[in-house]
Design a binder for this molecule. Sequence first.
Ligand code: SF4
Length: 888
Amino acid sequence: MPDSGGMPVTRTTCPYCGVGCGVLARRISPDRVEVAGDPDHPANFGRLCSKGAALGETVGLEGRLLHPEIEGRRADWETAVRHVADRFSATIAEHGADSVAFYVSGQLLTEDYYVANKLMKGFIGTANIDTNSRLCMASSVAGHRRAFGSDTVPGTYEDLEFADLVVLTGSNLAWCHPVLFQRLMAAREKRPGMQIVVIDPRRTPTADMADLHLPIRAGGDVALFNGLLTWLRAKGLTDEAYVAAHTTGLANALDAAAQDIDETAELTGIDRRDLNTFFRLFAANERVVTVYSQGVNQAADGTDRVNAIINCHLLTGRIGRPGMGPFSVTGQPNAMGGREVGGLANQLACHLELEEPEHRRLVQEFWASPRIAERSGLKAVDLFRAVASGRIKAIWIMATNPVVSLPEADLVRRALADCPFVVVSDVERGSDTAALADVLLPAAAWGEKDGTVTNSERRISRQRGFLPLPGEVHPDWRIVCDVAAAMGFGEAFDYDGPAEIFAEYAALSAEGNDGTRDFDIGALSDLTRNAYDVLRPFQWPLRASGETEARFFARGGFYTPDRRARFIATAAQARPYPAEETLTLNTGRIRDQWHTMTRTGRSPRLSGHLAEPFAALNPADAARLGIGKAELVELSNGLGRAVLRALITSSQPEGTVFVPMHWSGQWSGAARIDVLVPGATDPISGQPALKAARVTASAFRPAWYGFGVALERPAADDLAYWAVARSGPGYRFECAGDGDMADPALAACLLGIPPEAGLETLHYLDNAAGAFRVAAFDGDRLAAAFIAGPAPVAAERNWLTGLLGKRMADSRERALLLAGRPGDANAGPGALICSCNGVGANAIRAAIAGGACTVRGVGEATQAGTGCGSCQSEIGRMLEDAPVAEAV
Ligand code: SF4
């Protein structure tokens, strides 16, 4: 990080994905924050991805919730806390403890999570607290617990670097965990013999970088790993000593898995030769890591998928040693912390079991609580259904946006609208969920709050505040403790800060443990506030004895009653090919957005990569549906509808459609895609199947399409289609409608400028061609522009957005503006490819034309791909598409 006048640098942790990168942050001025990767953090060693690198752009107060509100009116904290406590207490008194619920989040810090869980399970006395991590990795938790007897991730990130074969299944690591992917790419560059296999129905940017891509049919995961198990066994690759000494249940697992390679090919849709190649690679490389993520977890058989993977590692004894093991990567910054602290409705804190009477007694005594929940609470999907049915009458939602992210999203919205009492504590004032709250409680954001998070490799790191708390914002732990005190539990929640909460949590992890539980950080039970302040990242366990373990299970020692791992019998379900007239809807993430965009949506740089929600369609499906390039597509089913831009690409398998899960009602008219996803869940983990909805697709044909830029946010809510993104000093927007595109009232709304503002405007209307263009100038600066016509607008979007707020006195320049393109076709930046260094497609094309013939060569010429590296596969595709004569 460059020197900046001696401003202090704070070591903290990125608030986005489960890689958990260390960040150096410095406040340069009241509204400017500089960030860099922490070179000393063992997760990232100084790297950051595009999202992490843009953190400084997201710390402004625009859109922040800064004061408590009751029924839309500002209230003081004392009144708001008393009101929440009284309503919860009255509901419990009248309807019992099970009539209330908390829905919490992997965005919470461990200390926040701990007190919320303590209040609900130990003092209110119900386990109706679940977390949005249920949507992310509950199947991994369930699979771990079935196989290992505990929710233990056996390995570390280093194992991906040590491995000779890395299998990535259900994971677009290049976009969803970019820094871990870059570590993997760097390791392969050093050891070119390392092989990478990607198992994914889509040809993702991760698949582009793989040695072998297996385009598995959606739902074929259990069959694939069952086939591998059977094949490994038949080839004599069982580690007999390991299996005999440390496992149980192999015979049943083999019986359930039995299937030859032809059956495996039939069930997975993977070519028989490719299966053979994969199986032989797995057999030939002892050091093999199988990385899996949401593509495995978010399924109705997600837990079986996890166990089918684990079975293969147990059979070969490839677990817990350097460079080998099953490895679940989590989506959220503190999904692991939530698992450890009992944020799930079926767990107690510190990996203690809710269903175990002895564990309940231990926790209740430790907390000295008046009661303890005696059975599992409602898991996320069921919890909101219980709100809808009226069983839950008061709910507190912390740091998450279920109206966008949960399946049956419209049912969730209706449920909250009808719920007698909804509390939302959050950072964001305008989220889709906050709009339904009776009480809003302003919570501290990243950069303001203090606590710990755990990443995917069991590494606990500090998130530290370096910004003052704005307005009347309070940290989440304090909000929970204040409400607990107002409910009469003050003594048990009288903490003077997160350090004290963390020390209590550490002490509970060691209570009655004696090596019987994996999660033990007892060495930190007496941590002082000063020591907490300077706590360095560490991996658990960290026992009171000082003993630790980098990896688990190389020599057995599982946390089952007999200390043996369990093979789980996982039967592959035959999946009928779906009816032709419908598509399988796969939802997921894109490179530069995070969750429901409440934070990343503020960054113009991040919004520049993919500024609009889209539906990726195979060319054959698009042709069958009569949908052309950049036209609009409507997806619908019995639950609802969405309208999205069609992105026609051969990387999308026929019969399927991919839609990002990020867009909310804040940024789009009809792109909340979870509206279309039914609430089907895995019966063991309760995790929803977010990648298997059935939808009907059809062309959506508006009278006109439009694109615009504006300094003020456009008001497009009444249009048939709209999507808005931050851009430069203002906004860019896409829209479509059926009325008169040249209606002055419409233009005024879209340009964000009322006619009385008296700005100079420039119009162009060609009735014959159906083309309309308008630009507004504040003095000689461009304040807004709008281009519309009967076909999707073919404008140079990044060039236009770059003009926003700029001086444009020259009449030729203004004419080009109305044309939507610079005079020279290559003068604009083109589509943004590299967010880190702001490199557009035109500069990359120029570098390729100038002789760059590798990704590295393009990087040297343009800087593209040299930041986080997440765009390297897009550069690779551009190289592949370039004519040979230009690329050599
Ligand atoms: Fe943050 Fe990116 Fe690191 Fe994930 S990979 S923790 S999003 S910087």
